[in-house]
Design a binder for this molecule. Structure first.
Ligand SMILES: Nc1ncnc2c1ncn2[C@@H]1O[C@H](COP(=O)(O)OP(=O)(O)OP(=O)(O)O)[C@@H](O)[C@H]1O
Ligand SMILES: [Mg+2]
Length: 364
C-alpha cells in the first residue's frame, strides 16, 4: 500500500500543500519546528482517523482558522482509496471516501495501515507497564478486531468486581457474590492473556531477527510476559487466574482493588538475560523499539496482505552510522522519515530516496 498524493489545508502550521509521493523512502528534512512531524501526524490521522499526539482534535486546525482539511490518495491491493477528512472547531469531523460521506466505522475502508515510530516510543522500554500493555493490545486489536470484545468485557467485569470489593469492606456477608465475578473475570482474562502470548510468540522471533541484523552484535534479545498468573500452560490459564484471585482475595478486599490479572501484567525486554530498562544504552533501547515497530509492520503485512506505511519520526539522530545504514537497507516499501539534517542519512539511502525540505509550513 502507498500514499501517492497528500493535500493539507490549514492543518497545524500548513496553510496549503499538495504533494506527490513515490514508493520507497521519502525524507522530510528541515530545522526544528518547521512542520516535519506535523506531516507524519497528518498521514497517521488519515489512516487511523485519530491523532498520534493531539489531545483534542481541534489542535490540528491551524491557529485562528475554522477547519482543517486532509486528503490522501492511496494505492492498495484492493484498489485506490481516496480519503478526505475535515476537522471542525465546533462539530464532529467528516470522513469521506471518494464522494461519499462515511457515517459509520464499519463503512470505512479497513485496508489502510501505518506503523509510527516517535522518539516518545522509548517509553515503551523506560516507561510504565501500561504503555507496554497498550502496545501489545493495540497490535492484537489491529490483527484481530474481535479482540476488542474480550478487552471491553474484561474491563467491564474488572470495574464491577472493584466496586464490589469496596462494598465488601463493610458488608462481609455478601462475599459469595465475588465468586461469580471471579468466574467471569478469569474467563475474559484467560482469553486476553492467551491472545497476548500468541502475538508475543510471533513478535519475539521477528524482533530478535531484526535486532541481530541491526546491531550485528552476537547478543540475544528476549521478550518475556510477566504475569501474576502462571502462564506455562495456555490450557490452564483460567484455572490459574482463578487461583491467584482467590489467594489475593483478602488483600484485594482491604485495598478495594483487584491486584492480580492481565491489567497488571507487563512485558520485559532482556538482552543476554539482562533487563534493558536498567542496563541497555540509549541507542540499544532505540534499536529495540525500532525492531518492535518493524516486526509490527511485518505482522500486519502478513495478516492484511497489505504493507502498512512506515512513519519514522527523527529516528536517525541517536543511532551510529552503522545502524543508520542498516535500518533502511532493505526497505522497498513506503517509508516516511523526518530528520533535522541530511547528514544523518547515509549516502546509499539518500540515493534511493525522495527528498522534501520543510520550512515554516512550506514543503518543497
Ligand atoms: N494548530 C496549529 N496551528 C499553527 N501552528 C501549529 C499548530 N500546531 C502546531 N503548530 C506549529 O507547528 C510547528 C512545527 O511543528 P512540528 O512538530 O511539525 O516541527 P518539526 O519540524 O517536527 O520540529 P522538530 O525537528 O523540533 O521535531 C511548531 O512550531 C508548532 O508551534
Ligand atoms: Mg518533529
Amino acid at each position: 500500500m502507498d500514499l501517492f498524493n497528500l493535500r493539507l489545508y490549514d492543518f497545524r502550521n500548513f496553510s496549503e500543500i499538495d504533494v506527490q509521493f513515490k514508493k520507497g523512502i521519502n525524507i522530510f528534512y528541515g530545522d526544528n519546528a518547521q512542520g516535519k512531524t506535523n506531516i507524519l501526524e497528518a498521514i497517521y490521522f488519515l489512516v487511523f482517523l485519530k491523532s498520534v499526539r493531539a489531545f483534542r482534535e481541534q489542535e490540528l486546525i491551524r491557529h485562528d482558522r475554522p477547519l482543517a482539511f486532509i486528503k490522501g490518495m492511496f494505492n492498495s491491493r484492493a484498489g485506490p482509496v481516496n480519503r478526505q477528512v475535515t476537522v471542525y472547531r465546533d462539530r464532529k469531523k467528516d470522513v469521506r471516501e471518494g464522494e461519499s460521506l462515511k457515517t459509520k466505522w464499519s463503512d470505512i475502508a479497513t485496508n489502510l495501515g501505518a506503523v509510527y515510530f516517535s522518539p516518545d516510543d522509548l517509553n515503551l522500554i523506560k516507561g510504565e507497564p501500561s504503555g507496554r500493555r497498550k502496545f501489545i493490545d493495540n497490535l492484537i486489536y489491529q490483527i484481530r478486531p474481535g479482540f476488542y470484545k474480550y478487552l471491553r468485557g474484561y474491563q467491564r467485569v474488572l470495574s464491577q468486581r472493584n466496586s464490589l470489593l469496596k462494598t465488601l469492606k463493610n458488608n462481609g456477608h455478601i462475599i459469595n457474590t465475588l465468586d461469580s465475578w471471579d468466574e467471569q473475570l478469569s474467563e475474559y482474562g484467560a482469553q486476553l492473556i492467551n491472545e497476548r502470548l500468541k502475538v508475543l510468540y510471533t513478535i519475539s522471533d521477528l524482533t530478535l531477527d531484526y535486532f541481530k541484523n541491526f546491531s550485528r552484535e552476537g547478543t540475544d534479545l528476549k521478550i518475556k510476559y510477566i504475569s501474576s498468573v502462571d502462564c506455562s500452560d495456555p490450557e490452564s490459564l483460567k484455572k490459574n487466574f482463578k487461583k491467584v484471585l482467590r489467594e489475593h482475595r483478602d488483600k484485594d478486599i482491604l485495598r478495594s482493588y483487584t491486584s492480580v490479572g492481565p491489567h497488571r501484567d507487563d512485558l520485559q525486554f532482556l538482552i543476554d538475560g539482562k533487563n534493558v530498562k536498567f542496563y541497555a544504552s540509549q541507542g540499544q533501547q532505540r534499536t529495540i523499539v525500532l525492531c518492535l515497530k518493524f516486526s509490527q509492520r511485518d505482522i500486519l503485512h502478513t495478516v492484511k496482505s497489505e504493507n502498512p506505511i512506515l512513519l519514522l519520526d527523527d529516528v536517525m539522530s541517536e543511532l551510529d552510522i552503522h545502524r543508520r545504514r542498516l535500518i533502511l537497507e532493505r526497505e522497498d516499501h513506503q517509508v516516511f522519515i523526518t530528520t533535522t539534517d541530511l547528514k544523518f542519512i547515509p549516502d546509499e539511502i539518500m540515493n534511493r530516496s525522495s527528498l522534501y525540505s520543510v520550512k515554516s509550513g512550506v514543503l518543497r
